[in-house]
Write a protein that binds this ligand. Structure first.
Ligand code: NOJ
Length: 513
């Protein structure tokens, strides 16, 4: 039986400020994305997720939304968006957009009204509390980015508002049914425009403890959003799923569940009888070091959690919030092997734009730092052409990563051994193989330092071998007999049997001879 599209797809995240700039103002835009859809089709991804492009004061670069149903002029217009979706669909690429349900911008008209007075009809759309008995914030919750209280006092009305992130990102109060209805309307607005689904920003943060009790324990000094795991959220997610399921075409939601514990993440997919998210980002592997045993454990825990539900896992090595994998892992060889790992696992992979070029984080001089969370390095513009300014205007909002010419799309496209062509070959091989897209997963015996597994569907078999540390001991048994290497992370040994000794930081895809 065919799997749902989102289980067989490879997603590609576009951070629109930095992808492609059609109007030359130094900030990427929707027309820029549209102009590069051919590239994405050539690369072989099935769906894009576009980070927020809605009107915003950009204090968190679009994750502070001032109007959910429009396009910020810096990115273009609703017509540009419609044209982008139409072209993407013509090329067979689905389009997911970023829905930011847990907070708005403090510039959103809803918040301006809520703040106007205690008895404003929209007051309760946000979370307000009186000061603690002795004065000060109502509880001990910490906000992300500012490392201080998750509460800011509104002097005029004498109450604090809750913000899990910046003070300019007040948390919405999902306990109020009017908020639920308004945010459902936002989903319908975009579904009616033809989007294939949503990436839901910090969606585990929509349900709140009605008592807003102090955080306790060792994690209590960390941003509270990393601990907010509430039954109310699951109820909301079931409602959202019902809304999506009422549309044709399997509109899909992948939720950011930033709980950093796979066992806590799995339940956000609900159950077959009471489904919630289609997919939930499982971030612990993203933060894992490059080492075989920790990775074996990450894979095992993910299978243990998701298989019995049953739910479909995601695999992510990068996004706009973390250092690029090429930078984290520290070498090109590792980053190439990581691509073979990511695309060889059972579950839906999400690529972050530029990962396919092997881009490193840009080194951003202090006077050009703009992000309150210090994430500028991974958000550097994509270099399209070899010569500076690489397909951008002379002025661009962030500097390029080192080596941008050599890492540009134009240069890498022409080089069969490039990072880009490795990704393209992996994507093509995955698309052509049911075993790789949706087949079973079974560990194969491999010497210490190497992980190996087999994927199988309808009698078709593929093997993935990742040599994190490389092997000293020989391979035992004959699990690899009759297979040859179809893709090697460094291109060495393709068409041959797997070597008996494999050096560190290499990976292979094998198929039957
Ligand atoms: C998670 C997003 O990925 C991040 O970029 C943003 O700053 C926070 N959510 C707040 O919306």
């Amino acid at each position: 039986m065919a799997q749902p599209w989102w289980q067989e797809a490879v997603f590609y995240q576009i951070y629109p400020r930095s992808f492609a700039d059609a109007n030359g103002d130094g900030v990427g835009d929707l027309a820029g994305i549209r102009g590069r859809l051919e590239y994405l089709a050539w690369l072989g991804v099935d769906a894009v997720w576009i980070s927020p492009f809605f009107p915003s004061p950009m204090r968190d670069f679009g994750y502070d939304v001032a109007d959910y149903c429009d396009v910020d002029p810096v990115f273009g217009t609703l017509e540009d968006f419609d044209a982008l979706v139409a072209d993407a669909h013509r090329l067979g690429i689905r389009v997911m957009i970023d829905w930011v349900p847990a907070h708005t911008s403090s510039d959103h008209p809803w918040f301006l009204e809520a703040r106007a007075s205690r008895d404003n009809p929209r007051r309760d759309w946000y979370v307000w509390r009186d000061p603690a008995p002795g004065g000060g914030p109502p509880n001990n919750w910490i906000a992300a980015f500012i490392n201080g209280p998750a509460w800011t006092l509104d002097e005029a009305t004498g109450q604090y508002w809750l913000h899990s992130f910046l003070p300019q990102q007040p948390d919405l109060n999902w306990a109020n049914p009017e908020v639920v209805a308004a945010m459902h309307d936002v989903l319908r607005f975009w579904l009616d425009r033809g989007v294939d689904g949503f990436r839901a920003d910090v969606v585990h943060n929509i349900g709140k403890d009605p008592v807003l009790a102090d955080a306790e324990g060792p994690g209590s000094r960390f941003p509270h959003v990393g601990m907010n795991d509430r039954p109310e959220t699951h109820e909301h997610l079931r409602g959202i799923r019902a809304l999506l399921d009422a549309y044709p075409g399997e509109r899909t939601m992948v939720g950011e569940v930033y709980l950093l514990n796979t066992r806590l993440v799995g339940p956000y997919c609900g159950t077959p009888a009471a489904p919630e998210l289609h997919m939930a980002f499982n971030f612990p592997p993203l933060f894992e070091q490059w080492a075989s045993e920790p990775w074996r454990e990450r894979i095992d825990v993910t299978r243990e959690v998701f298989d019995p539900i049953p739910a479909w896992p995601t695999w992510v090595l990068g996004n706009h919030d973390v250092k690029r994998q090429r930078t984290r892992y520290g070498s090109e060889a590792r980053a190439r092997a990581a691509a073979c790992l990511l695309l060889g696992l059972r579950g839906t992979p999400f690529l972050y734009m530029g990962e396919e070029l092997g881009l490193e984080d840009a080194v951003v001089p202090e006077d050009r730092v703009v992000d309150p969370g210090g994430r500028d390095g991974c958000r550097a513009p994509i270099p399209w052409t070899e010569k500076a300014p690489h397909g951008w205007g002379a002025e661009h909002w962030l500097p390029f990563a080192a080596d941008a010419g050599h890492r540009s799309v134009a240069v890498e496209r022409e080089d069969p051994g490039s990072f880009l062509n490795l990704y393209r070959r992996l994507l093509a091989a995955r698309r052509a193989s049911t075993a790789l897209r949706s087949g079973s997963f079974e560990w194969l015996p491999a010497p210490a330092g190497v992980l190996a597994w087999r994927r199988e569907a309808d009698g078709e078999r593929r093997i993935v071998v990742v040599a994190f540390e490389g092997n000293e001991e020989p391979f035992a048994g004959d699990a690899f007999a009759g297979y040859r290497v179809s893709i090697a992370s460094d291109g060495v040994g393709e068409g041959e049997a797997l070597a008996a000794r494999i050096g560190a930081d290499r990976a292979f895809w094998l198929e039957p001879e």
